[in-house]
Design a protein around this ligand. Structure first.
Ligand code: HEC
Length: 93
């Protein structure tokens, strides 16, 4: 039993690690305009519940008021990390 649990832990995708990296990237690329931690800035995206596709579109193409965030500013790998973090905020489903 303990072995099974240990094996599961070893093979599970490192979601927590991705989300942790995502916090760093979010604070860098999004945090000056969106609330995080105790700071109260811009539109709150907690609970937005967007699909991964919709969130990726907002980030890469921007909206009326939000400028697109290009791969130069946030690489595809870091975008994935941000999305893992946004899941913990229920901004992405
Ligand atoms: C320069 C400021 C700025 C930055 C940086 C920024 N945003 Fe935004 N964001 C905004 C503003 C302003 C809005 C409101 C846009 C609107 O209503 O059209 C918004 C809206 C959004 C929305 C809501 C879109 C919707 O459908 O209502 C999401 C989700 C979002 N941002 C995610 C992010 C993520 C993730 C990042 C980082 C990768 C980010 N934003 C970086 C300013 C910013």
């Amino acid at each position: 039993m303990a072995l099974v649990i240990a094996l599961m832990a070893a093979t599970a995708p490192p979601v927590e690690a991705q989300a942790a990296e995502g916090v760093t990237q979010f604070n860098r690329a999004c945090g000056r305009c969106h609330p995080h931690g105790d700071e109260d800035t811009g539109p709150d995206i907690h609970g937005k519940n967007l699909s991964v596709e919709a969130m990726t579109k907002v980030i890469r193409q921007g909206t009326n008021k939000m400028r697109a965030i290009t791969p130069t500013k946030l690489t595809d790998a870091d975008l994935e990390h941000v999305i893992a973090y946004l899941r913990t905020l229920r901004a992405v489903r």
